[in-house]
Design a protein around this ligand. Structure first.
Ligand code: SAH
Ligand code: SF4
Ligand code: F3S
Length: 438
């Protein structure tokens, strides 16, 4: 009889990719992907704890399974990912949701298969969280869900300790993968028809610092020695390490998308210092200028936070002016969320919810104006997109241009995995609609 799995993923692309690894493990344990949560034999929550609402979301959804678990005692519920890796989180989970069967952390994903076997044979609750990163991260990816794009980890962990951020505590110290292994993985993916590779790391610019054999720009250059058509993306770049060598490589290699995600976080030097970001607003803007000099048709996206402890209206105004000056094509905007264990959580001057709400609304408004203005410039233009899916509701195919902008179009044959040209007839917010041009 078939056994089904269902995975619920929260958080960043790294977690989405990790869910592919989890799916691979589940498949090797004999499970196949289910069609809905209610019919699954094992449900896995791959959690995030970057902000409080990400955690609340997961807690709510796990709690909602109490009834289902009562009806189906043999259902296995597993919780893993960043949330479980926080100090005291496993105990909290066990207490709040005694019906959860397996709790695992970010450092021992490789043993998830054994945990399932142990659960099946002993029927006991399994809680297995490692304090420290393991010597070898789980790199066995037998299953992918995002054709024609493929994610490839180039490094794990983070050494930066930005004062607001939980990631270094739940993902451990920076460790880069062997460059030959990465290139082998990329080559295998391209050979099997993938058209877009996204390299993943919390700070890709410090790739290789711990190995001393290959820097990030060198890695990109090596990957681009393949001459066929494909797209290469990466995230995330920390502005403090974003330099000219990388910009040159972006400019010189056609495969590297002319889109850089460069999280700025704030426009006030005082706040940036308190955040431990190690650059000033001026330095950030100088890097943007350098990027635009080498890659004139480049687009820039960013992450911005409002309501960091002690942020004044004047600090916030500086963020708004930086957003205007940098002219981001879009920005991911966040309200600062206090994360226990981080330096910022102990700072005086936490900002009220009311002020945070007011600032985020003003920021989002400005960002939306900029995004719409840029979208409008697409009207009537013909752009190249990589077709990635079919939207049943709209009855249209969809794909992204090199800047990540979504375009919808009609076609009478399956074009998924192909580069196509579409002429844009309509723009709305961030998305585009067009007609096949050839
Ligand atoms: N490594 C990436 C960011 C990973 S987290 C980098 O350095 O840029 C993604 C984004 O979440 C961050 O850029 C930041 O804007 C936001 N974020 C991180 N911690 C947060 C917190 N405590 N509250 C609100 N937003 C946060
Ligand atoms: Fe967090 Fe900073 Fe590391 Fe990014 S670089 S993951 S924001 S600590
Ligand atoms: Fe990603 Fe959230 Fe962890 S943003 S690294 S899943 S805390």
């Amino acid at each position: 009889m078939n056994k089904y799995y269902w995975i619920v993923t929260y958080g960043c692309q790294m977690n989405v990719h990790e869910s592919e690894k989890i799916a691979g493990i589940l498949r090797s344990c004999g499970y196949t992907e289910g069609t809905c949560q209610e019919k699954a034999d094992i449900i896995v929550f791959n959690t995030c704890c970057i902000r409080e609402n990400a955690e609340n979301h997961a807690y709510g959804n796990i709690g909602a399974l109490k009834k289902l678990k009562k009806q189906r005692r043999d259902l296995i519920i597993a919780v893993g990912g960043c949330m479980t890796q926080q100090v005291g989180a496993a105990e909290k989970l066990k207490k709040k949701f005694p019906f959860v069967d397996i709790v695992f952390g970010t450092h021992n994903l490789s043993s998830f298969g054994q945990m399932i076997e142990k659960k099946l044979s002993t029927k006991k609750t399994i809680v297995d969280i490692w304090d420290k990163e393991s010597a070898v991260d789980h790199e066995d990816i037998s299953y992918r869900t995002s054709y024609p794009n493929a994610w490839v980890n180039i490094m794990y962990g983070c050494n930066n300790f930005c004062s607001y951020c939980i990631v270094p505590y739940v993902r451990g110290r920076e460790r880069s993968r062997d460059s030959e292994d990465i290139i082998k993985e990329v080559n295998t993916l391209l050979d099997s028809g993938y058209k877009e590779i996204t390299l993943l790391g919390q700070n890709v610019n410090s790739y290789g610092n711990d190995r001393g054999e290959c820097t990030f720009p060198q890695l990109l250059q090596k990957i681009c020695s393949r001459k066929e058509k494909f797209r290469l993306r990466f995230m995330t770049s920390n502005p403090k390490d974003f330099g000219e060598e990388l910009v040159r490589v972006i400019a010189e290699n056609e495969q590297i998308c002319n889109l850089v995600h460069l999280p700025v976080q704030a426009g006030s030097d005082r706040i940036l210092k308190l955040m431990n970001r190690k650059y000033t607003a001026k330095e950030y803007l100088e890097k943007v200028e350098m990027l635009r000099k080498y890659v004139p048709d480049c687009q820039l996206t960013t992450d911005i936070m409002v309501g960091f402890p002690t942020e004044t209206e004047e600090d916030f105004q500086q963020t708004l002016s930086l957003v205007k000056e940098a002219n981001f094509s879009t920005a991911f905007t966040f309200v600062y969320s206090k994360r226990s264990g981080t330096v910022a959580a102990t700072m005086d001057g936490q900002i009220s919810e009311e002020i945070k709400k007011d600032r985020i609304m003003r920021l989002v408004d400005l960002v939306n104006q900029q995004t719409r203005r840029l979208s409008a410039t697409y009207e009537g233009r013909t752009i190249e997109i990589l077709c990635e899916d079919f939207d049943d509701k709209r009855g249209q195919y969809l794909g992204r241009d090199e800047y990540g902008r979504m375009g919808y179009f009609q076609a009478d044959r399956n074009l998924i995995g192909e580069f196509v040209k579409i002429k844009i007839d309509k723009t709305s917010g961030v998305s585009l609609e067009g007609t096949l041009a050839e």
